[in-house]
Every structure is written in C-alpha cells, then in structure tokens.
Design a protein around this ligand. Structure first.
Ligand code: DC
Length: 222
C-alpha cells in the first residue's frame, strides 16, 4: 500500500523538521518542495535573469532540469545535474524563491515533478500547496500553524546559536513579509485544504507535534 501525507503551512512553522521526523518513523520518503522553488531561484540568479522578469523566466524555463535524490536519507537537489543542495538555504536564494514561486510556468513545472515522485513511493511532502494542488487525494493532509511571534522566536533561538548579530525584529518582519507573499499570490496561495487537519504548534514541542500527526495517520489506517 502506498500513502501520501501532505504537510502545508507558513514559513518557519517547523514543517521540515516534523516531516523529516515522521518520514523516518513511518519509513516514507520526505520531499521538501520549497527546495525545488529555491533551485529555480538559483538557476535564475546564475543565469543573470532578473527574478522579477517573469517573461524571460517563462521563455527559458525549459532549460532547467530539477531532480532530487537522497544521500544518507537527506534530500539532495540537482540543477541540470549539478548538486546545489548547499546553496539552497542562502538568504538571497530564499528571497528569490518567494518571487519565482509566483509564476505559473514555475509552479506547473514543479507540481508535475512532485506528482511524479508521489506516484512512485510513499511520501511525506511539505510545502504551501501540497494539500490544495499537488496531492489533492493525499491520504492525510495537515496544515501546521503557529503565531508569527512564536515562529520568529524559534528562528531567533536557532540563528543566534550560530550568529550574535541576529535581530529579532528583522526576523519577525521577514516572516510576516513571507506570509503575506505566500497568502496573497494569485496562483496556489497558501491556505488549508478543506479536508486538512489544522495543527497549531504554538505551544507544542517537536515530539508532541510528531506524535499528534503520527496518531492521526494511524487512526486513518485502522
Ligand atoms: O519552504 P521554503 O522556505 O523552502 O519555501 C521557499 C519559497 O517557495 C517560499 O517563498 C514559498 C515557496 N513555496 C511554494 O510556493 N510552494 C511550495 N510548495 C513550497 C514552497
């Protein structure tokens, strides 16, 4: 039996940590779709294409081949055969991804790739439109939420372990800007699917969230 679990929600809510934890517990493949939008941003930046230039992105999108593979269980992203995984978390790339993810040509291409992957194996896929568009028939759909201040505080704590120079208000503004962009784009805006279970993680630990979703999955299997 093959299963798919869709995890959607805003930036910084902890989707990837939870999805990875669940994937290893259930033996499913974790698919990080944000990384694919980030890969398209890398391509545009490398090609010197202005991110705001939708026409050129759309004319040249067929030049891009994105693929994913796994190394020691960790998703690796290839852009025209080059492993670009290390670059994906760069600030510039994240900002670029939120611009190119508005374009229909980019979304169509990546949704097709994501659907193809989910046909081949049991997946836990995280993103913004997994329950609404990519996997409308997912076995379980979860929409994770948490107050913007809670998300900013979590990111602040994480970043400040590595960098003394980080500023809480900048992080909070960034999260709110990203939410606004994701919720207000014309195509596939961020919103829960009608049949998604909303999980508010504001006052839950990582383990508690994993336990809760694992419980939801098991109760449906029975
Ligand atoms: O989850 P993330 O920060 O890696 O996502 C990067 C950007 O891509 C973010 O602005 C939202 C967008 N995205 C999207 O539009 N649809 C998805 N399924 C995943 C990410």
């Amino acid at each position: 039996m093959m299963y798919s679990i869709a995890i959607d929600g805003p930036a910084g809510v902890g989707k990837s940590t939870i999805a990875k934890g669940l994937a290893s517990r259930l033996g499913f493949t974790y698919v990080d779709t944000g990384a694919m939008y980030r890969a398209i941003a890398c391509w545009a930046l490398d090609q010197g294409i202005k991110l705001e230039d939708e026409e050129t992105v759309s004319e040249r999108i067929d030049e891009v081949i994105i693929s994913i593979d796994y190394k020691n269980g960790i998703q690796q992203v290839f852009l025209n055969d080059e492993n670009i995984t290390k670059r994906l978390r760069e600030e510039e790339v994240g900002k670029g991804a939120s611009i190119v993810s508005k374009y229909a040509c980019v979304r169509d291409k990546l949704v097709e790739l994501q659907q193809k992957i989910a046909k081949e194996k049991s997946v836990i896929m995280d993103g913004r439109d997994i329950g609404t568009r990519v996997l409308p028939d997912a076995f379980l759909k979860v929409f994770m939420t948490a107050d913007a201040n809670v998300r900013a505080k979590r990111r602040f704590d994480e970043l400040c372990l590595k960098d003394d120079d980080c500023d809480y208000n900048t992080i909070l503004k960034d999260i709110k800007d990203r939410d606004f962009a994701d919720e207000n784009r014309a195509i596939s805006p961020l919103r829960p699917a009608a049949d998604a279970v909303i999980v508010d993680t504001s006052s839950l630990s990582e383990d508690e969230v994993i336990e809760k979703i694992y419980g939801l999955f098991n109760s449906r299997v029975k």
